[in-house]
Design a protein around this ligand. Structure first.
Ligand SMILES: Nc1ncnc2c1ncn2[C@@H]1O[C@H](COP(=O)(O)OP(=O)(O)OP(=O)(O)O)[C@@H](O)[C@H]1O
Ligand SMILES: Nc1nc2c(ncn2[C@@H]2O[C@H](COP(=O)(O)O)[C@@H](O)[C@H]2O)c(=O)[nH]1
Length: 205
C-alpha cells in the first residue's frame, strides 16, 4: 500500500488557514486533519480534541521530553506542536493528512519529511490580513500587532515552500489546493509505476 501524502498548510495568522482547511475537508472528506497541541487558552467555541488538545505548560514540556511531537514552536507567547504518532499512523495507513501550522514548525517538518507537500497561504494584501485578523475578534490589539509583525517575517520565508496560494476567495483558494493535492498524487503514482521499470545498475552497460 502507498503511504499517504503529508500536506502542510502554513501562512500568517488571520490569512484564513482554518477557514480554508475546514472547507477543504468538506470537499475532501478522506483528508485527515492533524489536531495540534497548544498551551494557548481555548477561544469561545473551541473544543478540546477537535480544534486543539489544550495543554498546561507542564503537559506540553512532557510531550517534548517524551518525543511525542513531530515538531513544536513558540508562537507569540504560546507553544504549539504536532502529535507525532497520529501523523505516522495516518501516513502508514495510506491516508493523506493535513497539518495547519506556522512557519517555524513547517520548516522543521520539511527537514523530516522533504517529500511532503508544503503550501503557503498568502493574503491578497497586508491591509486585508490585518482586517481579517481584527474582524475575527479573538485577539486584543497588542497580540494583533505582534502577529502582524511575525506575519511579515513569515512571508519572507515563502521560498521554502512548494506552492503559494492566494486566499482571495475561499472557494477559489480551496480549488487551487485541491488541484495541488490531485497533481501530487499523480506524481507519486507515476513515480511508483516508473521506479520498478528502471534498469538495475548492472543491466545498464
Ligand atoms: N477568503 C477570505 N475572504 C474574507 N475573509 C476570510 C477569507 N478567509 C478567511 N476569512 C476570515 O478571516 C478570519 C481569519 O480566518 P482564519 O481564522 O481561518 O485564519 P487563520 O489563518 O486560521 O488564523 P490563525 O493562524 O490565527 O489561526 C476569519 O474571520 C475568516 O472568516
Ligand atoms: N508550529 C505549529 N504551529 C501551529 C500548530 N498548530 C497551530 N499552529 C499555528 O499557530 C498559529 C497561531 O494559532 P492560533 O490558533 O492561536 O491562532 C497559527 O499560525 C497556527 O497555524 C502546530 O502544531 N505547530
Amino acid at each position: 500500500m502507498n503511504r499517504g501524502l503529508l500536506i502542510v498548510l502554513s501562512g500568517p495568522s488571520g490569512v484564513g488557514k482554518g477557514t480554508v482547511c475546514a472547507s477543504l475537508r468538506h470537499r475532501m472528506p478522506e483528508l485527515v486533519y492533524s489536531v495540534s497541541a497548544t498551551t494557548r487558552s481555548p477561544r469561545q467555541g473551541e473544543i478540546n480534541g477537535i480544534n486543539y488538545f489544550f495543554k498546561s505548560q507542564e503537559q506540553f514540556q512532557d510531550m517534548i521530553a517524551n518525543d511525542a511531537l513531530l515538531e513544536w514552536a513558540e508562537y507569540v507567547g504560546n507553544y504549539y506542536g504536532t502529535p507525532r504518532d497520529f501523523v505516522d499512523r495516518t501516513l502508514a495507513s495510506g491516508k493523506d493528512i493535513i497539518l495547519e501550522i506556522e512557519v517555524q514548525g513547517a520548516l522543521k517538518v520539511k527537514q523530516k519529511f522533504p517529500e511532503g507537500v508544503f503550501v503557503f497561504l498568502m493574503p491578497p494584501s497586508l491591509d486585508e490580513l490585518k482586517s481579517r485578523i481584527t474582524g475575527r475578534g479573538t485577539e486584543n490589539a497588542d497580540v494583533i500587532d505582534h502577529r502582524m509583525t511575525v506575519a511579515v517575517e513569515e512571508m519572507n520565508l515563502l521560498q521554502h515552500y512548494d506552492y503559494a496560494v492566494v486566499n482571495d476567495e475561499i472557494d477559489a483558494a480551496c480549488q487551487r489546493i485541491q488541484s495541488i493535492i490531485t497533481a501530487e498524487h499523480c506524481r507519486a503514482d507515476r513515480l511508483m509505476t516508473e521506479l520498478p521499470q528502471m534498469p538495475a545498475a548492472s543491466e545498464k552497460a
